[in-house]
Write a protein that binds this ligand. Structure first.
Ligand SMILES: CC(C)(COP(=O)(O)OP(=O)(O)OC[C@H]1O[C@@H](n2cnc3c(N)ncnc32)[C@H](O)[C@@H]1OP(=O)(O)O)[C@@H](O)C(=O)NCCC(=O)NCCS
Length: 177
């Protein structure tokens, strides 16, 4: 699987993959397929090629087909620019278990490490999503809390596990003691 930063030319494939993701893994995301399908072209273009550079989307490609993706968001606010946030993680089921998810997280963390102001990366994952939680733990993330009743699903409310990983030497050292 080939990992690359997404560009505006990937917008059609990205939209198609994510609408499929919202439909087939509904509990993994806070948006519905209907909400996202209603987003204008400009919203999707900003997701794959944010001109401000405040978010970067990565793709996993197999034979030029986009089969997986993740996005990392940065902050410009003085009080939160030390934190980046991982969102929109999905690998098509036909390509799972091949290491694409881990490669995508690795690419996002590598991008965060190039920004000297970023000291940690956070994410949230729905409670009980064992494949995703295991993937994130394998990539070095640790859970620090659970938001109760974070999303409404047909089976009832579910919590969101909050995870983080320190990425700069000072923060890493302070955590490891
Ligand atoms: C979670 C997801 C992205 C994993 O993608 P993937 O490409 O299959 O993951 P990888 O092949 O890179 O697996 C990396 C590690 O994750 C863990 N993992 C992946 N799938 C797993 C599963 N079904 N059960 C347990 N652990 C799993 C393993 O530790 C694995 O490493 P290993 O194979 O060396 O043991 C994929 O299952 C997915 O898209 N799920 C639906 C959407 C979703 O839940 N997104 C997360 C939103 S927070």
């Amino acid at each position: 699987m080939h990992i690359a930063t997404l560009t505006a030319s990937d917008v059609t494939q990205y939209r198609e993959l994510m609408l499929y993701a919202y439909a087939t893994a509904p509990d993994a995301f806070t948006s519905t397929p209907e909400e996202r399908a209603a987003e204008p072209e400009a919203w999707w273009l900003k997701r794959v090629a944010d001109p401000s550079g405040q978010s970067i989307a990565f793709g996993a490609f197999q034979n030029s087909q986009l089969v997986g993706t993740v996005t990392i968001e940065f902050s410009v606010k003085p009080k939160t620019r030390h934190k980046a946030h991982l969102i929109g993680m999905f690998v098509h089921e036909s390509c799972r278990g091949l290491g694409g998810g881990a490669q995508l997280v690795g690419a996002a963390l590598a991008a965060a490490r190039t920004r000297s102001e970023v000291r940690l990366v956070t994410l949230t994952v729905t409670e009980g999503n064992v494949p995703a939680i295991t993937l994130y733990e394998r990539c070095g993330f640790r859970a620090f809390g659970i938001e109760p009743m974070a999303i409404a699903t047909p089976e009832g409310f579910k919590g969101k596990v909050h995870m983080w990983i320190p990425i700069d030497p000072i923060t890493m050292a302070s955590v490891s003691g």
